[in-house]
Design a binder for this molecule. Sequence first.
Ligand code: ZN
Length: 364
Amino acid sequence: MKITGKHIADLLEHWAPLSLQESYDNSGWLVGNPIDEVTGVLCTLDCTEEVLEEAKLKGCNLIVAHHPIWFGGKKRLGSHYTDRVIIQAVQWGIGIYACHTNADAVETGVNAKILEKLGLKNGRILSPNYENLQQLTTFVPVQHADEVRQALFDAGAGWVGNYSHASFNTEGVGTFKGEEGSAPTLGRVGQVERVQEMKIEVLVPKWKQREVISALHKVHPYEEVAYFLTSLQNAHQQTGMGMVGELNEAISWNAFVHLVKSEFHVPVVRHTRAKGDVKKIAVCGGSGSFLLNDAIRAGADVFLTADFKYHEFFEADGKIVIADIGHYETEQFTSEIFCDLIQEKFPNFAVLKSTIRTNPVNYS
Ligand SMILES: [Zn+2]
């Protein structure tokens, strides 16, 4: 089977929909044509010139990176390091695709990987996304209700937390009169029809809307399908920023530092004053200081993240221990997630993890 860039993008976007990316982000296709055949994929945290060379050397013409190499619009390409990457990629015919804050936002993403490395259980999103959920209400003749309901579930509707097939159903009487030009499934043109109908209500995440509505149209027996979508204010517990989880049992601060140093290969942990044992840990890959209050509210003993500034450390104020281990360090395993996803779907295809340490920060 010929694998194209679109196959890879569809797979990643099914896992982490692009609509989940933050407004400042630039996830998705950056360089190249998605319809081109892919000879091999190289997964990385950052797409640097060295990584491009590695891709060329290993015969990969697509790079899947966590960080987009640029965020805003570019008016010209010059000698800036990001410009050099773009020019080189185009010259060598290598595509670049980024999966960034959308990969942060899913519960099997960047932060789940950190929980996994620390051996944390009962993981949940620290700051769930709002305004990602809609309620779909539709009306269907009673005898077709099961079929329509199932089609909605199959298309991704009806999830509440870890429960699937969630719906609310009320039976009632629907009325309609087919006017000129109509071809009613039930009754006749020009006659008011009364039909025993089921009102089905389900939740639909926004990024599933198109699939769910198209499934509804496919199975619904009426010429005109009556439905409405309502935007909800509810939090969507399966998407958002940061995660929190627990160790099987509490460990001492020193044991925690040892665990972090060995799992994340860090020489040093920058932290606020230690305060007793550690069991509940909040994490955020990359710059996570904006989640400090969520981590405190979640009752975490430690908040493991990166990019805290001097004054922000004071905000811990004895309520939590901030442990800053570095941006690269928290996200270094992200490329493993991409590799595993692609490998699982396309087992006979070359998917490699970059061996280049792209961290621009050094410790001496
Ligand atoms: Zn990052």
